[in-house]
Design a protein around this ligand. Structure first.
Ligand code: AMP
Length: 209
């Protein structure tokens, strides 16, 4: 099965520089043009709103998943295909993960970092085998990449886990990279060594059926 739906994590503040806003809009357009669905936090704010807006205009079905308490801070995009209201952040993040075949990390703040860390560690634990790609627009994630290398070199990340987070420099590279990583992950998940700890017994809770 190829990619059908992608999850986008990105910033919620409108104060981001134009270069990031342009990338968010281009990402939404690329998702729509590729015939993919988009899953995200549901808000009509910051890069989140811009990505959703462009994806909807390009024909994508866009699902927003939002805890009720967040609606005042992040009002939903009015053009969503579906808005799923949930009770808490954990349910939001689990549903976003379950409903997606891959994850795109655009520039963002602490919320985006939190989402990235969680989906990456779930992958490391073998809870899912879906690809994760950070889009290094304007060098935004260059320091993160260096930090991942440093953590690996200092012995805190296994060799097998170092590349679980893919990096690309442009929006055009995102979907091909996700697809390539997805195929690699399928091979690893089915035949090769487990991508997570040696003794993992957990099923793929977050993989879609
Ligand atoms: P930010 O990158 O801080 O602008 O946040 C981007 C999105 O991440 C927003 O929709 C936040 O609601 C969401 N988010 C997810 N997890 C968290 C968290 N632990 N703290 C704050 N925001 C979060």
């Amino acid at each position: 099965m190829s990619l059908k739906s992608v999850c986008v994590y990105c910033g919620s503040f409108s104060s981001a520089k134009q270069v990031y806003k342009d990338a968010a809009m281009a990402m939404g357009t690329a998702i729509g043009k590729a015939g993919l669905g988009m899953v995200y936090g549901g808000g009509n704010v910051g890069l989140m709103g811009l990505t959703a807006d462009s994806a909807i205009k390009a024909g994508a079905k866009v699902i927003g998943i939002q805890p009720t308490f967040l609606n005042a801070r992040e009002p939903e995009h009015p053009g969503l295909t579906e808005l799923i209201k949930v009770g808490d952040m954990h349910t939001r993040k689990r549903l976003m993960a379950e409903k997606s075949d891959g994850f795109i990390i655009l520039p963002g703040g602490f919320g985006t970092l939190d989402e990235l860390a969680e989906i990456l560690t779930w992958r490391q634990l073998g809870l899912h085998h879906k690809p994760i790609v950070a889009v290094d627009i304007n060098g935004y994630w260059t320091n993160l990449r260096a930090q991942v290398d440093y953590m690996h070199d200092e012995g805190f990340i296994k060799d097998a886990h170092r590349d679980l987070l893919g990096f690309v420099s442009t929006v055009d590279e995102v979907l091909p990279k996700l697809e390539a990583m997805r195929i690699d992950a399928q091979g690893t998940a089915q035949g090769g060594p487990a991508p997570a700890h040696d003794h993992v017994t957990e099923p793929d809770h977050l993989d879609r059926t």
